[in-house]
Design a protein around this ligand. Sequence first.
Ligand code: ADP
Length: 317
Amino acid sequence: MTDPRTDDRSVIGIYHVTRSYGDHHALDDVSLTVANGEFVFLVGPSGAGKSTLMRMIYMDELPSEGQVVVGEYVSTRIKRKQIPHLRRRVGVVFQDFKLLDDRSVFDNVAIAMRVTGAGSFDIKRRVNQVINQVGLFHKRRDYPDQLSGGEQQRVAIARALVNSPAILLADEPTGNLDPEVTEDILRLLFKINSGGTAVLMATHDHEMVRNFGQRIVHLRDGKLYEDRRNAELVGNLSDRLDQIQLERQRTRRVDDAIREHQRTSAQNRAAMPLTDPIVEDVVGSVVEPASEAIREPLHERLAPIPTPASEEDDNVS
Ligand code: ADP
């Protein structure tokens, strides 16, 4: 077997890492590597050790045993004064955004670059570029309390990206966001990854990420429970998200149409013509009878495709 440390494509190496707090092992002999430009979901229930693993990678804490290697930085040898340099290579995003309320969007992002000693011309150019990249250029002068949760997370992502890190760590970045905003944030992370940044995203929501086909590293009770790639599903992440979003829109449109139809047919008992081709396609024959039988939510209706009217007629006769 090849020693992963000789793989120069690895940007993160975790080697037999144990992290103890008193008698408790938050991480227990965990080993894995992350390749340059890879996208990895880190899953596991609350308390599994995901945040602790992230902290090991940006070296907020050091392992009790074992070794972490991030680029040229090695946990057993790193000096305190080198930590800020490591942090420029590793952007971090948290569930609670951690923005400064008394600074504008621009300043929240700029602060991460100012501490590097960059000049004001470079700061202005790069900060505007990265704010634009997360889709918030028009809000660059706003303050965090003027932004939605999803927008605040975008600012936090911009701040994490401003020093062009090789690695982006996102610790439950969608934990405070509703499902649609979650998809937007996932899409943004996929886009960032497609630009070559390795992304490690922690989430307790295994269900949400299991169908993307990306590598999933599963922690339980501080141990590496599973590390797998679903080869069959590997493909373009954004395309797959598009499909999920289309399906959701389609379900909503059909639900709305059925609700509207029930409302109007209850009023005048006349069938409402369906004009949306997708809705017609999916529920045309269901909606046609305009009956009170259509009461269950659409997602329950969608699964069994209704028998075409002509076949039903044949059966009845
Ligand atoms: P997750 O991010 O998967 O929810 P954590 O990494 O936050 O899990 O925590 C893993 C375990 O380590 C938990 O049991 C937690 O209580 C414990 N733990 C984490 N950090 C500390 C700490 N600083 N002191 C004591 N225990 C901790």
